[in-house]
Design a protein around this ligand. Structure first.
Ligand code: HEC
Length: 149
């Protein structure tokens, strides 16, 4: 899984499986294609994100990554996209709270990026903006799947 995503050459998510994993077990995410997902937070983000609702505004350089997989009716597991949020400089994009959304396909291709080439990722930002300003556009792992810190 790591290898296929790695082909995209997105440095921000290099080694993400070694970051703090904030869910105790993979869970099915209706909003990300009903795929099973895991959520990871990088060094800049982890001590904030693990406070969940009390995370506050995440600092510049925070990266949250969500890998995904699908279990087929025959039991075979196939990989889904890697969903990424990256906190950019203030003023990068006000409507997304300066988060840059992107998605890496299992083929290693970047499907798109906020303000980048390909898909605009506007639908990501719009749904995530639903919790602003109470939360910094982060929608958090459902209670029952959270890791305990
Ligand atoms: C219809 C609403 C919706 C859309 C569209 C959506 N998300 Fe999410 N996202 C959520 C919800 C709800 C959660 C938390 C629960 C979960 O994982 O299902 C979440 C969690 C995340 C997380 C973990 C960080 C956090 O918010 O706690 C990342 C990273 C993420 N989404 C990236 C994306 C990207 C990239 C896209 C677009 C390709 C996207 N999302 C589209 C609703 C959405």
């Amino acid at each position: 899984m790591k290898k296929a995503y790695g082909k995209a050459g997105v440095a921000q998510v290099k080694g993400f499986t070694g970051w703090l994993k904030v869910n105790a077990a993979a869970y099915q995410s209706a909003t990300h294609g009903a795929r099973y997902v895991n959520n990871y937070a990088n060094k800049q983000a982890d001590r904030h994100y693990k406070k969940f609702e009390k995370a506050g505004i995440l600092p510049l350089g925070s990266v949250l990554a969500k890998d995904s997989f699908v279990v087929q009716p025959n039991g075979k597991v196939s990989m889904g996209p890697l969903f990424i949020m990256e906190k950019m400089n203030k003023g990068f994009n006000k409507s997304s709270g300066d988060w840059r959304y992107s998605m890496i396909l299992p083929t290693g291709k970047v499907a798109g990026m906020t303000k980048g080439k390909g898909m605009s990722m506007k639908f990501c930002a719009e749904c995530h903006a639903g919790v602003a300003p109470d939360q910094d556009h982060i929608l958090l792992v459902p209670d029952e799947y959270r890791a305990k810190f």
